[in-house]
Design a protein around this ligand. Structure first.
Ligand code: GDP
Ligand code: MG
Length: 166
């Protein structure tokens, strides 16, 4: 199995931390180089049975640097071409304008979306259902996966969920 996965989320939700954990330090540093392609490859996760190519879609998660209508359309179309989208949120903060900006961009896409609830090391497990409540009516999610990118909790099950969508 092989496919493309886009990681979307407002700044500081833990996207880079997640990539570092899954792919490793070297690639993450490489990914900081500016690239001009519309889908920039951030790293490739390879196992015996799967290859997941993580990409960043510029323009989707930067409300402060709004692109023009045309570039926004380019960014949204890029999301149609991936096999899965990881929409990463921070469970330590309520859903906010930055999250809603992304939700608007994701509406109407056919691409399966996994809600990745990051930083669960900061909350009690009992609080996770309330996080799901905040998002479940916004989009049609393929799966809800709580993780700690920092500590590595539940990252393997997330990779398993991604593989199901490839
Ligand atoms: P990005 O902007 O989405 O790429 O976010 P980063 O990966 O740069 O992370 C932003 C901050 O959140 C950093 O200080 C990380 O150490 C921290 N962080 C990321 N993931 C976790 C997590 O699972 N738990 C905790 N407690 N902190 C995290
Ligand atoms: Mg980052």
């Amino acid at each position: 199995k092989s496919g493309f996965v886009s990681i979307i989320g407002r700044p500081n939700v833990g996207k880079s931390t997640f990539l570092n954990r899954v792919i490793g330090q070297k690639i993450a540093i490489m990914s900081d180089k500016p690239q001009t392609t519309r889908n920039k490859v951030q790293g490739v996760y390879t196992t015996d049975d799967a290859q997941i190519i993580f990409i960043d879609t510029p323009g989707i998660h930067k409300p402060k640097h709004r692109l023009g209508d045309f570039m926004m359309k380019v960014a949204t179309n890029a999301l149609r071409e991936v096999d899965a989208i990881l929409f990463m949120v921070n469970v330590t903060e309520p859903r906010g304008a930055g999250d809603d900006f992304i939700i608007e961009k994701l509406k109407g896409l056919d691409t399966p979306i996994i809600l990745v609830m990051n930083k669960i090391d900061m909350i009690h497990p009992d609080e996770i259902p309330a996080v799901i409540e905040q998002y479940k009516n916004q989009l049609d999610f393929a799966a809800y996966v709580p993780i700690s990118a920092l500590q590595g909790n539940n990252v393997e099950p997330l990779l398993k969920e991604i593989k199901k969508l490839l």
